[in-house]
Design a binder for this molecule. Structure first.
Ligand code: ADP
Length: 415
């Protein structure tokens, strides 16, 4: 089965086409600047060089049509006809409390994703546009949705509730949802496989450290607690997000700086974190480079960033009453040996003994970075959210085709 995976943003659309017989990627690419002048389609057919096409792409429906044209292009295509696409899987950021697992797209599911627009006003509408765009181009092809929040729906109330009047939870569903769930799920299973132990017997802390960053306590294969909250702003210090802070800072800043609520919100999401403290960049590579050439603000930003990760690892080891492994993933987690070293240095009391040579190795494979005698392991495991979306889509579509299946099933919890 060929499965097309789509990650649709407000002005962009990323895609990967999988052949699920061997999970190989037939092609991948992205459309950028949708709705603006000169949109760009970048397409990588298999192992051949990237092709770029600049044209006017006014909406997501046109973007999907252009992608389909490219996938069946006589020179750069990888498919004979668009009918060779048998299923489409979408990434959806927010599934609220309605979705504890991936589901096939049905009218009820679409209604529910729309109902959740309030919780993810930047993301969910863009994902919905992607779903509709596929519907108009490939009306007979089944679609599935995979939610960033779904993996965290196993958290107990003591982890997901905030200590504020409970009416706010009852009326408005204000609670911790957590994000990066698709990645954490994939990475925990890969880590268990690498360790040769069932995930159901492990206590893991997964550190997904990219532009956005979170730590998750994965207890016996399920999310027990996670650092991002109702929105991705909470928890670790990130590229441009503040992470945890005293909520009283918000009204105080509004008063002192004469800012609006929206301006403070934008400050905390877009102008804080590594960028604000270093005064240099939100990109860890540039911060490390500046730190190594003696820049003190960069050093402070790096220290704060590493310190928060270490604090969360310690907290989650306590929350789970034990720890088998810490797993680093995503852009910074997979690539920055300096950051991993700084985080692990303060965790020897937990039984994490870093092996510097192993930590310095670069490879696209899961690997151990602690010494052989280390009581708790630290691993680097490359994440692959697209592959997990393709796998879930394949499984749901295959299940719906079995004779005993009662039609498009899997509408998730409460929908
Ligand atoms: P996103 O959260 O956007 O998916 P990624 O997981 O792709 O982000 O991570 C992107 C970030 O990874 C970049 O902003 C950069 O800071 C960081 N990064 C990538 N390569 C390196 C590296 N070699 N060393 C340190 N940081 C890196």
């Amino acid at each position: 089965m060929n499965v097309l995976v789509i990650n649709s943003g407000s002005s962009s659309l990323k895609y990967q086409l999988y052949d699920m017989r061997d999970e190989s990627i037939l092609a991948k690419g992205r459309v950028e600047r949708i709705g603006m002048d000169s949109s760009i389609l970048s397409h990588e057919p298999g192992n051949r060089p990237e092709v770029r096409e600049v044209s006017e792409i006014l909406d997501h429906t046109t973007a999907v049509r252009k992608v389909l044209d490219m996938l069946t292009h006589r020179e750069f295509g990888v498919l004979r006809t668009i009918h060779d696409i048998e299923a489409v899987g979408h990434r959806v950021v927010h599934g609220g409390e309605s979705f504890g697992e991936s589901v096939l797209v049905t009218p009820e599911v679409k209604l529910e994703i729309r109902r959740l627009f309030d919780l993810a006003p930047l993301h969910n509408p863009a994902h919905m546009t992607g779903i509709s765009a596929v519907e108009s181009n490939l009306p007979d092809v089944p679609q599935a949705v995979v939610f960033d929040t779904a993996f965290h729906q196993t958290m107990p109330p003591s982890s997901y509730l905030y200590a504020i009047p409970t009416v706010l939870y009852r009326k408005h569903k204000i609670r911790r949802y957590g994000f990066h769930g698709t990645s954490v799920d994939y990475v925990s299973r890969s880590a268990a496989e690498f360790l040769g132990r069932p995930v159901s017997g492990l206590k893991l802390v997964v550190c997904h450290i990219g532009n956005g960053a979170s730590c998750t306590a994965v207890l016996h294969g399920k999310s027990y607690d996670t650092s991002m909250g109702m929105t991705p702003l909470e928890g670790l210090m990130m590229g441009t997000r503040s992470g945890d802070l005293d909520p009283a800072i918000v009204p105080y800043t509004i008063n002192k700086e004469e800012l609006t609520l929206n301006e403070v919100n934008s400050m905390l999401n877009k102008h804080s974190g590594l960028l604000a403290v270093s005064g240099i960049s939100s990109d860890m590579r540039e911060v490390v480079q500046a730190m190594e050439s003696g820049n003190e603000s960069a050093r402070l930003a790096f220290e704060m960033y590493a310190y928060r990760i270490r604090k969360y690892i310690g907290a989650y080891a306590a929350a789970m009453n034990g720890l088998d492994a810490v797993v680093f993933t995503a852009g910074v987690g997979e690539n920055s040996d300096v950051l991993r070293k700084r985080v692990c240095e303060g965790l020897t009391f937990l039984g994490i003994e870093l092996d510097e040579a192993r930590n310095a190795v670069r490879s696209g494979e899961p690997r151990l970075i602690t010494a052989d005698g280390s009581r708790v392991a630290a691993l680097v495991v490359p994440t692959n959210e697209e592959l997990l979306i393709a796998r879930d889509t394949y499984r749901l579509v295959a299940q719906s085709r079995t004779p005993e299946s009662s039609g498009p099933s899997g509408t998730g919890k409460g929908t």
